[in-house]
Design a protein around this ligand. Structure first.
Ligand code: ZN
Length: 134
């Protein structure tokens, strides 16, 4: 019976934007942290999972023309720092638009995309990317 909850736990983290909030100082972290770097010992046992809406604004971005590894086939691509509605600043790729369409302050939403296919078993890894809203 213990397998089922673990499966749900893992897939929940993999397929959604789940961060952790420190109940001591109320800061939300993404990716999730087990310990708040500000409160340290006082945050032990006080980190609570919280799902992010996936909505945010472009804080800064850069157009990458040299693809490496998994990005080789995708150049040019847009890497951005996104200020999430809930506060955290996170890095992600913006897809489905040309670099000219992206501006500082553009509204974006997280979307689940295939990131890569791994190994001979063809396990597909998913991750979040961002698309421009409207
Ligand atoms: Zn804290």
């Amino acid at each position: 019976m213990s397998e089922v909850p673990r499966f749900w736990r893992e897939s929940r983290h993999r397929y959604r934007l789940v961060g952790t909030r420190c109940e001591n100082c109320n800061t939300l972290y993404f990716p999730p942290r087990e310990i708040c770097p500000v409160c340290r010992r006082e945050s032990v046992g006080k980190m609570r999972e919280e799902e992010l809406s996936g909505e945010g604004e472009v804080y800064s971005f850069t157009v990458v023309h040299d693809g490496l590894g998994q990005f080789k086939m995708q150049v040019p691509y847009i890497m951005a720092m996104i200020r999430m509605k809930e506060g955290p600043l996170i890095t992600g790729q913006i897809v489905d638009c040309s670099p000219e369409e992206v501006k500082i302050g553009s509204k974006v939403a997280a979307t689940l995309r295939k990131v890569r296919v791994e190994g001979k078993d063809g396990i597909i890894q998913y991750g979040y990317k961002f698309v421009l809203k409207e």
